[in-house]
Write a protein that binds this ligand. Structure first.
Ligand SMILES: C[S@@+](CC[C@H](N)C(=O)[O-])C[C@H]1O[C@@H](n2cnc3c(N)ncnc32)[C@H](O)[C@@H]1O
Length: 485
């Protein structure tokens, strides 16, 4: 069938289902270009009024694929027009791509019917090339391990789609490295690198055009692509560093430790801000392997630390050795005294008003409300007048499905081998109230977003290390692979 006929049919189906609630229908990607290959999808973008019933998205997709005989899978993604003006996200389109990034695709889209939107005049601005580069590198890192093992992620992200990520990165290499304008097609990108035979875009194009891709070819592409992306990260490090933190998605278990250590670097900055100059003599309860201690010591360069932990149970017992080694590596052994003890026993041996600061990170989740009350009273007693106490813990109130899953895994006795005494984490209001009762004043509660998402194999390893039963991962595998924890 002629392409214009396909367009007409698609328009008819969408209008039949969306009627006057359709603002605009666009086509993006390779359809209508000479880049279309047998395996390409036809990608449609439906921009709807916010009153549209967004649950109809799947039904329209079904109707499109059943009625239009294009020979290609038709993929309609929809979003609300209001989203361009700060409205709530509706529809699937911007669920997996941030709107500023997507605007760069929309700028090159072709209108099928409805209103022609002037994307340059919207309050939301398209992502800069630096932001785009960071975004596509993030996507590559997120999925590189998953595609080593499978050819598809969910029903709508295939290895062939994944290859495109490298074209986008190469296009940005041209924009940022050679000050060229964005290329309009994959062939134009390949052409721009015609003097570099070994450039990844050549192999990517070859694979994209192949009818079927073997396991060996896929692995070899992934090897080259990983080397290429690592080079881009180094080459454009300054540009990438200038982009503020967004979501950090980790799917590869080998990247978990570094991702968590970045989390603690930021947490240490927050502790340092709260402590200010009251940081000469710090007691830290439940210090573990020094996850917070080590980065905090960089901010509090003159501090002496009294570190306490009982290192009980299989999940924590190895952390004593880890702490020793971390302190040594960070040259902190002279500034830290380690007490292996139950916290209450240890505190009982401390005199009144000794410490400038008493702190903890993820320790309150380990005890219950009666213990919290006693603990905070003791913090008050051992702290000097004018000192400060600070305690961080994960929010007990989930804000999305990943957080909900994590809380369930870590507190429901069905899944965790070590269910907590009373809570996943205390309610911040309870901690505030205990602090007030114990005599503290000037109490502040700060909510910090972590931006870290652990997916797929990384989520599995993390759960395993936290003594969550393997059956939990098996049961929630689809969600853990897709949305993560
Ligand atoms: C979740 S870990 C937190 C480790 C580290 N502070 C962090 O932020 O990652 C909780 C720590 O509290 C310690 N802990 C639990 N109950 C304790 C108790 N009664 N006395 C001393 N330490 C305890 C555990 O051994 C463990 O190292």
């Amino acid at each position: 069938m002629q392409r214009c006929q396909v367009l007409r049919q698609m328009k008819r189906v969408v209008l039949q289902n969306a009627g006057s609630e359709l603002v605009s229908l666009y086509v993006i990607g390779s359809f209508l270009t000479n880049e279309m290959i047998r395996s390409s999808d036809i990608d449609l973008v439906g921009i709807m009024k916010s009153s549209f019933d967004f649950r109809k998205e799947a039904r329209i997709n079904k109707a499109l694929n059943e009625t239009v005989s294009s020979g290609h899978r038709i993929d309609l993604g929809i979003m609300s027009y209001d989203e361009f003006f700060g409205g709530t996200r509706k529809g699937s389109l911007t669920k997996h791509i941030e709107l500023p990034i997507f605007l760069n695709f929309l700028n090159r889209a072709q209108l099928v019917c409805g209103k022609r939107i002037n994307f340059d005049k919207l309050p939301i601005k398209p992502a800069s090339p630096e932001q785009e580069l960071k975004y596509h590198i993030g996507t590559f890192d997120e999925y590189k391990t998953v595609f080593r093992k499978s050819d598809n992620v969910g029903s709508d992200f295939s290895f062939r789609d994944f290859i495109k990520t490298v074209f986008y990165i190469a296009d940005l290499e041209l924009q940022l490295g050679r000050s060229l304008p964005p290329r309009r097609s994959y062939s134009e990108i390949v052409k721009a690198f015609r003097n570099e035979r070994a450039h990844i875009v050549n192999y990517s194009m070859k694979l994209r055009r192949k009818k079927s891709i073997t396991h060996k070819e896929k692995q070899s592409w992934l090897d080259s692509a990983e080397r290429y992306v690592a080079r881009m990260k180094t080459g454009f490090a300054t540009e990438l560093d200038s982009i503020p933190m967004k979501r950090e998605i980790v799917a590869d278990p080998s990247e978990l430790a570094a991702a968590w250590s970045r989390q603690y670097e930021r947490l240490a900055q927050t502790f340092a801000d709260v402590l200010g100059k009251k940081n000469r003599k710090i007691a830290e309860i439940g210090c573990g392997s020094g996850q917070l201690t080590i980065p905090l010591a960089k901010h509090a360069a003159k501090a002496q630390f009294a570190l306490v932990d009982r290192y009980g149970g299989s999940a924590y017992s190895q952390n004593y050795e880890a702490l020793r080694s971390n302190l040594k590596k960070a040259k902190l052994t002279g500034r830290a005294r380690v007490g292996v003890s139950d916290y209450l026993k240890w505190i009982a041996t401390q005199g009144d008003g000794v410490y400038d600061a008493v702190i903890s990170s993820e320790f309150l989740p380990e005890i219950d409300s009666a213990d919290t009350s006693r603990f905070i009273q003791e913090c008050y007693r051992i702290m000097r007048s004018g000192g400060v106490t600070a305690h961080s813990f994960l929010s007990p109130v989930p804000r999305n499905s990943g957080q909900k899953l994590l809380i369930m895994a870590d507190s429901n006795p069905i899944w965790t081998k070590k269910p907590p005494k009373e809570w996943f984490s205390p309610e911040p209001a309870l901690v505030t109230s205990e602090l007030r009762k114990s005599g503290f004043h000037g109490i502040r509660k700060t909510a910090k977003r972590s931006y870290l998402i652990m997916k797929a194999e990384a989520a599995r390893c993390w759960l395993k290390a936290g003594e969550v039963k393997a059956s939990f991962y098996e049961k929630h595998k689809t969600q853990l692979n897709k949305d993560g924890l």
